[in-house]
Every structure is written in C-alpha cells, then in structure tokens.
Design a protein around this ligand. Structure first.
Ligand SMILES: [Zn+2]
Length: 217
C-alpha cells in the first residue's frame, strides 16, 4: 500500500469508528445531563424540608416504643379499658408514670401559656395556645403548683420543660378551637366526652409530624 493510500485508509477507519460511537456518546452525555437535572431538583426539594413542629411530651418516648397498654388512648374506649367494650369517648391521651416515669413534661407544640389553673376533674392544668390554631391542655398530672414550671403569658418552645409529672398520669388534650368554633360550640371543655371533632388525637398529630420530617431526611 502506498503512503497516501495508508493515510486514506486510516482516515476512513477513524471516521467509521467515530460514527459508530456517536449514539453511545450522545446517550452517555444525555444520561449525565439528566442525572445532573435530577440532582438539582432533589437539592431544591431539600431546601424546604418538613419542619418538626410537634414532639412527645416525655423524653423516654423518643427512645422507647411504649405501647401504653395500661393507659387510656384517644377515642372510643371504656373506663375499664376492655378493648371489646367501646362505650366511652376518651378525649385525650394518657401517659402513665409507670411507663414514662415521674419525669419532666415537655411541650408538645410551641405556643403561649393561656392558663395555669386548678379545676375539679382536671386538677392543676397548663393550657397552651399555639399560633397555628391548636390548643394543648396538660392536665391531671401535677399534684402541686410547684410541679408546673411555666406561667400565664409565657412563650414555650417545642420540647421545653413545662412541669414534672408527679401524679399517676398526665392527660394530654389537643383541640383546634378558633373563634368560629367557640361561637358555635362553646368552651372546648364543655365538649368533654363528646366525639364531635372538638378533641383531636394527640399521638396521631405528634407521630404524623415526626414521620413526615423523617421522610424528608
Ligand atoms: Zn385521660
């Protein structure tokens, strides 16, 4: 083969190889480009993660999966806690000292203390109103006023110690009673025992919020 012939042969060979590789190169390039776009989208999504705005009322609940078999859960139940007899509506969630200990009670949601008072049936209680319209009531668990660490008008953050459980259990009630609701149904405490959407399931709100935040991690 002459020198020019050799060069032409090489040029033709390289051209064929390049054409053959073109679709592969395009695919690889597009693939990489696509991946970069997906990463960018993911990054944008990460910029607005779900914020944890609710928490457990006791530290132990973060570390231990307590079933609260001996305490009363929210909803239709009965005083003797027989699961087959659904005769009574429990408007909150009870956290018994045998499960959570005589330990500090933590604010489950940020808000401002509306009342710290005593009321027969409730005992000493802490009533907190949150900016997003939720109302949280911690009742029956404080035997003495010195077991409560917050006062009326005080702003409390999520997880802040609001007192210490000294009684047999604390009853946590959560309601979302705005002015419109109160005009129609009155004081949420006037709606005790009534399953009319005044009282919400505290554990569901807390655990749904924690689970949402975990999904974003
Ligand atoms: Zn209760």
């Amino acid at each position: 083969m002459k020198k020019t012939g050799k060069i032409l042969f090489i040029v033709a060979f390289v051209t064929i190889i390049l054409f053959a590789c073109a679709p592969l190169a395009k695919k690889t390039f597009l693939g990489t480009n696509h991946q970069t776009t997906t990463k960018k989208v993911k990054k944008l999504k990460k910029k607005t993660p779900h914020k944890v705005t609710w928490g457990y009322p006791f530290e132990r609940l973060y570390h231990k999966n307590i079933k609260f078999k001996s305490g009363q859960k929210f909803g239709e139940t009965d005083i003797l806690r027989r699961p087959d007899k659904k005769s009574y509506f429990h408007d909150g969630y009870d956290f018994g000292f045998s499960e959570v200990g005589h330990s500090p009670v933590l604010a489950v949601h940020e808000g401002t203390v509306h009342k710290v008072k005593y009321r027969p049936g409730m005992g000493l209680y802490v009533w907190i109103i949150s900016k997003d319209g939720y109302v949280e009531i911690y009742q029956e668990g404080f035997l003495s006023i010195t077991d409560i660490y917050v006062k009326k008008g005080q702003h409390v953050k999520l997880g802040q110690k609001i007192g210490k459980l000294t009684g047999s259990h604390i009853h946590l009630g959560v309601t979302k009673t705005d002015k419109h609701y109160i005009d129609k149904h009155g004081d949420p405490c006037g709606n005790w025992w009534k399953n009319n959407d005044t009282w919400l399931n505290p554990m569901k709100i807390i655990e749904d919020n924690i689970a949402e935040a975990k999904k974003d991690k």
